[in-house]
Write a protein that binds this ligand. Sequence first.
Ligand SMILES: O=C1O[C@H](COP(=O)(O)O)[C@@H](O)[C@H](O)[C@H]1O
Length: 256
Amino acid sequence: MATIVSYSSKETIAPALFSYILDCQKTAIDRHGRFQVALSGGSLPAVLALALLEEDAVTQILWDKWEIFFADERAVPLDHEDSNYGLLKKELLDKLPEGTPQPNVVPINVEYLDDVQELADQYNDALINHFAKRDSILKPTFDLLLLGCGPDGHTCSLFPNHALLRETDAWVAAIEDSPKPPPKRITLTLPVIAHGVKVAFVATGAGKQEILKKIFENPEDGLPCSLVNTALGERVTWFVDHPAVEGVNYPRRSSL
Ligand SMILES: O=C1O[C@H](COP(=O)(O)O)[C@@H](O)[C@H](O)[C@H]1O
């Protein structure tokens, strides 16, 4: 069963999220000497920056062991305002203190922006090169996926009732009809997410309350976030603020 931990604000989520990430980093590096993460865009990078850029935090993160992939990405240039890479760069990467060892960040290959299926296939190949060649595995195992939850219950670019929720083969899929703009995107698929060691969602603000009620109270409706909860169970932790979970009928730990 997924865990919900609720805090008063993004500022108080940040240190808790930091400790959680630090634990995941340690487990991963002890296991294979690197930390393979997948990150969402949207509101997540700003909270991540609060968690990771604080003076004590930034020095405990072993940045040069981090290998950062995108849980989903929009088919736009990397400096476009809709780019998840661009957002992460602006919110976090560009703010790392001078001299910080750099993480290995794997963006989409922008040569293929005009062909979103090829863009997805190329990102799939990047995952194959990274994971399969090193570990001889059939599916990539992210040490941690840090995900957002849209107000309709989507996560990554997996939208409610979309055919992509039934994808069983591809690790990365193309979507050309995203109900949220921009329409053309690529996304990790559910089987890859389900294969992750840990998943953390971050959802804040009263605007998420209604959908969190549906995700947790009616998992049988199969919203994308509910599917992740069901697939990973106790490996999933939700970092939320009080307004986001007010009135949600699901056990949770509350903190200041
Ligand atoms: O379009 C997207 O939306 C989701 C949710 O965004 P949020 O701003 O409501 O947190 C995000 O997780 C995803 O990466 C992004 O492409």
